[in-house]
Design a protein around this ligand. Structure first.
Ligand code: OAD
Length: 238
């Protein structure tokens, strides 16, 4: 651990943290773009993570998300998730946690007010704007579940390619980037915008935690080559 970066953490009054799939890799959740193990190495995102794909093959897409939901339900937050949650508890108001992850592991580790830019895989929402008859609790079980009256389908409440990010979470993340003294960018390839752009608009120093090169390395004041579960506890301890 670099003493200089440790000093930046100690001195920072407002820390923004942007996390990606690598944050959860040591919990056993596959990333998207790692060469052998990444989900997008095995599956075609255009067939699984777009509204068009869901409309064309709702059952196949629903089942893929159901499989990921089951897998995520079996894993636990790792030492990196816990270090972030513990730091925020010790220093209320000092850390804003922004995540691209839909796995809910930050929340399960105890982090509050997580800005979940890409939604949460455990939640559903209606595919088409809900009518009065659309009641998720009464949806007919199926793959996917649907409204008995109008046939509207439930879909996972995640952001698919081509869809806008949740406005309020994105605005809060942009504000946190503008206002921070330090941004930790953990476990993201930095190729998906607008999330990756937050690192480029950070008012504070940018520190990357990633065992491999990322597209954001050029925006960094320091790059720590290591994993989230190894480095975050060291970086955030008192
Ligand atoms: P990626 O799969 O693109 O990148 C994961 C990053 O984590 C890589 O840079 C790895 O080197 C790094 N990594 C792997 N293991 C790590 C570890 N133990 N500790 C720290 N870093 C590690 O995932 P994201 O950048 O999150 O979008 O991908 C961004 C978005 O693309 C995702 O949110 C998802 C995907 O399509 C949506 O679902 C909308």
């Amino acid at each position: 651990m670099s003493d200089e970066v440790w000093g930046w953490v100690r001195a920072a009054k407002r820390i923004a943290v942007l996390t990606g799939a690598g944050m959860s890799a040591e919990s056993g959740v596959p990333t998207f773009r790692d060469a052998q193990t990444g989900l997008w190495a095995k599956f075609d995102p255009s067939q699984l993570a777009t509204e068009e794909a869901f409309r064309a093959k709702p059952s196949m897409v629903w089942d893929w998300y159901a499989f990921r939901r089951e897998m995520i339900a079996k894993v636990e937050p790792n030492a990196g998730h816990k270090a972030l949650a513990d730091f925020a508890l010790r220093y209320p108001g000092r850390l804003t946690l922004i995540t691209q992850n839909v796995d809910g592991l930050h929340q399960r580790a105890g982090s509050r007010h997580v800005l979940a830019l890409h939604g949460n895989i455990a939640d559903d929402k209606w595919l088409d704007p809900p009518k009065a008859c659309c009641n998720a609790a009464a949806a007919v079980a199926g793959s996917p579940p649907y409204c008995e009256r109008c046939g509207n389908l439930l879909r996972p409440d995640v952001v698919w390619f081509g869809e806008p990010l949740p406005l309020r979470a994105l605005a809060a993340a942009e504000e946190a980037a503008r206002a921070c003294d330090l941004m930790l960018v953990v476990g993201t390839s930095g190729v998906v915008y607008p999330a990756a752009g937050l690192a480029r608009t950070s008012a504070g120093k940018v520190v990357i935690v990633n065992p491999h090169p990322s597209d954001l390395d050029d925006a960094a004041d320091a790059v720590l080559r290591g994993t989230a579960a190894q480095l975050l506890p060291q970086l955030l301890e008192d």
